[in-house]
Design a protein around this ligand. Sequence first.
Ligand code: NDP
Length: 331
Amino acid sequence: MELFKPMDNIENGEEKTKPEGENEKVRCLIIGSGPAGYTAAIYAARANLKPVLYEGLQPGGQLTTTTDVENFPGYPEGISGPVMMEDLKKQAERFGTDTRWGIATAADLSQQPYKITIDDKQTIEADSVIIATGATAKYMGLESESKFMGYGVSACATCDGFFYKGQDVAVVGGGDSACEEALYLAGLCKKVYMIVRRDVFRASKIMAERVQNVDNIEILFEHLPKEVVGDQNVNGVIVHNKKTGEDYKVEIQGFFLAIGHTPNSQVFAEYLDTDDVGYIQTQPDTAKTNIEGVLACGDVQDSQYRQAVTAAGSGCMAAMDAERYLSEKGL
Ligand code: NDP
């Protein structure tokens, strides 16, 4: 028997249920549960906006796929990604955030109140919407990649590079991100192999020149990773040389993917201004999109920094922009 059933949910001794087809109305709807979404929730809840937060496809966001986070200020000994996200969630809930399972599957941002469909069935009407759906790092799709995720496979050198100090690593990709990651890792690691599938870089000339001028970076043009190998942790990658047709093992301890990210903005793309890749465009120094009361924060609007701390900062901005919008409109 449930002892603490809230009284306003009981009518004539019967539990009330929402009539079919009736939409729930909220003042501040947050979509996404990474550092941006939870920080927005903490600020929105403390501003008494009574936020409802839908956690999305990967509750806790990308940090739940990493092991230790050592660059988030305030944790001198570092903290595990999943634990940090659980703490952020608890902090958001402590101030009254209503966190729920569910994925935004459709959106109608054409007029107030905005309508967001959850899991293709329920529609939430919202006076303000904070989009914090993040970005998804692209992976090659190898089975061994998922097996060693967090045990040698990573899609973020800034986050995980430090664990490979003095060791050998590989970076897959030939774009600006791959070059940036390789340069970062070259400052920490003994040797960095760049695995580039074509015979040229996609990266800007200046970045391509930089990596080619670093002694401990070796570029394997026209190579493709076939399989990541190891026991508990990664100890190598089998690469395919497209020129010779030969497969061989490169001994490495860290395997970094830098083949691009996909911002999770598809559901809102019909209404919001995005760049060519799909990153939501926000007005400078704000979290405001081209639709008033619709804010974006975190990696879904950031192709440059993509850090937990920058995401958290932009989540704070989004909640403050939502609060100002709601009070200006008297909503
Ligand atoms: P890009 O799409 O520019 O580059 C992706 C790279 O990964 C390409 O070399 C691509 O090869 C390769 N790749 C893609 N899929 C695979 C695969 N399945 N197997 C092997 N290789 C693959 O992504 P980035 O993240 O590098 O950059 C995104 C945007 O952000 C760009 O506009 C970039 O300029 C910008 N950026 C700018 C920075 C800066 O200015 N400092 C830093 C980081 C990013 P191929 O070329 O053959 O398609």
